[in-house]
Design a binder for this molecule. Structure first.
Ligand SMILES: O=C(O)CCC(=O)C(=O)O
Ligand SMILES: [Mn+2]
Length: 219
């Protein structure tokens, strides 16, 4: 089993996943630490937070340059964080918006669980099943060599796919991410694995994803 030292302040694993926010599942992946907390938020709170994020976020349509052409990314985004945590993501420069009370509350709960500090969060809005994120690793220099990234899901359940960079490490994995869940992407994951959120044909319900990150100042 992988070392759990990154997750030092989490409470002991419990058999009860129905209401315990600290219940976690270890996802067995070669060379990577990945934990899933299906009930980090209870469904009522998760749905309230979803409504707040949908209504109060200044969503932006960012563009990405692919083969010399500027295209809309297939989702809306917003970036919040401490003043000095600006971030370049696939050629998009994101200056952080100031923290909202709701984001600060979720950040503090996530920090308590992980024992790690975060100074920024990327919000993704997948308006429906046509929105997606392509295969990538979150391995930008600003994130440091082996980042811990906390990924929270609100709204429609969507499937995150993971594949090893070295195909001999195994097949693609598919992880449904539930409303109110937390996926903790730990040691080795960005280095050895890629992830994507494919389109979900026919889905008309939105999903909001938060990824808490720690941005190291590049100055
Ligand atoms: O929406 C998700 O679950 C994944 C988002 C993601 O991988 C990212 O923003 O880097
Ligand atoms: Mn990612």
């Amino acid at each position: 089993m992988q070392s759990l030292s990154l997750f030092g302040s989490a409470r002991p694993e419990s058999e009860d996943s129905t209401s315990n926010p600290y219940f976690r599942e270890l996802i067995e992946l070669p060379r990577a630490e990945l934990h899933y907390y299906p009930r980090f938020h209870d469904p009522v709170r998760a749905t309230e937070l979803l409504a707040t994020f949908l209504e109060q976020t200044p969503w932006r349509q960012d563009k990405i340059r692919i083969a010399g052409k500027w295209m809309d990314v297939p989702r809306l985004q917003a970036w919040f964080g401490d003043k000095r945590s600006s971030y370049a993501y696939s050629g998009i420069n994101l200056d952080p918006l100031p923290w909202t009370p709701q984001l600060l509350a979720v950040k503090s709960e996530t920090e308590k669980l992980t024992g790690q500090k975060f100074n920024s969060v990327l919000l993704n809005l997948y308006r429906d099943g046509n929105d997606s994120v392509a295969w990538h690793s979150d391995d930008e220099a600003e994130l440091g060599t082996d980042p811990l990234i906390a990924s929270l899901s609100y709204g429609a359940e969507r499937k995150l796919e993971l594949r090893p960079r070295d195909r001999s490490l195994g097949a693609k994995r598919v992880m449904p991410l539930a409303n109110g869940s937390l996926l903790l992407m730990g040691k080795g994951l960005q280095q050895h694995w890629q992830h994507q959120l494919p389109k979900a044909p026919g889905l008309s319900v939105p999903r909001v994803n938060l990824t808490f990150r720690y941005i190291h100042s590049m100055a």
